[in-house]
Design a protein around this ligand. Structure first.
Ligand SMILES: [Fe+2]
Ligand SMILES: [Fe+2]
Length: 340
């Protein structure tokens, strides 16, 4: 930077590997202490920062004693920092972190909306209409009624705090994508209960509306008390169970099958699953959920952040730490589609 050039706070999407930045202003959430792996003692701070161009998990090594309670109470921070190259390529570490009051102009922090909300909404509703089983259909219509607060919350909630679909409408987009993948696989594989699978796919992350609380104007996402203690998998299963109990004649067997698919959709207990998948439909759902999240991480690297000249399309992604993933082909195909 020339000596007298004014410093401009960088947007997250502008940061490139090797960059050093100053006076970045971001909203902050989900702070936690993490122990160093190769040291006996000591912690560093990990938190999520965001602006209206995206969100990233970042580390702060120079304030290890930072009170998490203080950071929990904060919405905005100002900091300097750098983006790593080499082994930890892409990792952002913060320095000189300060908690600041909310800026007057919050437009920079507003949570962005998913690409084509109306198209995602239409796809989701079309998938509901393909369910033929009268019990599942009644349940989906009851839960996803468009006249209530529930639909507004479901359709505007992000699917995650960071990593994938972490924007307004992300949950709607991700749930529809998972259901569409499941539908294609149900058509390609023998003897799959398609209606159970599609219904569970549309509902699989519904617990996120109780797990997270979002302030769209400042973009802050926080876990709720229920979210921390119970988590979206069990919360979602409870939402579905109580909705099924309100529908006259809803067979308990179908309710339990649906609950099983929701409880097992993270595949393994180490990823938060309350049960391992124990039927073909549960296996398909957990694989499609995983696929949607990972491909979304690749897709996000094809956007602003993907400085192709520097990276050649190779990135460290959260699902493959310590490994590089190539997104150059995806970037080319995306550019071709957009040019059409
Ligand atoms: Fe999930
Ligand atoms: Fe999911």
């Amino acid at each position: 930077m020339p000596p007298n050039a004014p410093r401009r706070a960088p947007f997250l999407s502008e940061l490139r590997d090797g960059d050093t930045f100053f006076d970045a202003t971001w909203r902050v959430s989900l702070p936690e202490h993490r122990p160093y792996k190769q040291r006996e003692n000591g912690f560093f701070v990990v938190c999520t920062v965001a602006d209206n161009t995206g969100s990233r998990e970042v580390r702060c090594f120079d304030k290890p004693a930072l009170e998490l309670a203080v950071l929990h109470g904060a919405t905005f921070i100002q900091c300097d920092g750098k983006v790593a190259t080499g082994h930890f390529r892409g990792q952002i570490s913060l320095e000189n972190l300060q908690i600041i009051p909310p800026p007057e102009d919050l437009s920079r922090f507003e949570m962005p909306m998913c690409g084509d909300f109306r198209a995602h909404q239409a796809r989701f509703n079309d998938l509901i209409r393909t369910v033929r089983d009268p019990h599942f259909r009644a349940l989906l219509k009851e839960i996803f009624r468009h006249d209530g607060e529930f639909w507004r919350r479901f359709s505007h909630t992000p699917a995650a705090t960071h990593n994938h679909h972490a924007y307004r409408g992300g949950l709607l987009e991700h749930s529809g994508e998972v259901a569409l993948l499941c539908e294609r696989l149900a058509g390609a594989l023998p003897h799959i209960d398609r209606d159970l699978l599609i219904s569970a796919a549309l509902l699989h992350d519904i617990g996120k509306i109780e797990e997270m609380e979002c302030d769209f104007s400042s973009g802050k996402i926080e876990y709720t008390h229920a979210g921390r203690l119970v988590g979206h998998i069990v919360l979602g299963s409870c939402i579905v169970a109580s909705a099924a109990e309100k529908i006259e004649g809803f067979p308990p067997r179908l309710k339990h099958e649906l609950m099983h698919l929701i409880l097992s959709h993270h595949g393994e207990p180490e990823y938060g699953a309350a049960k391992r998948p124990m039927c073909a439909e549960a296996l398909i759902l957990s694989q499609c959920d995983n696929l949607s999240a990972k491909v979304a991480q690749c897709a996000e690297k094809t956007e602003g952040e993907g400085d192709f000249a520097t990276t050649g399309g190779w990135h460290n992604l959260p699902f493959a730490p310590q490994k590089m993933v190539y997104v150059g082909k995806m970037r080319e195909l995306k550019a071709e589609t957009e040019a059409e």
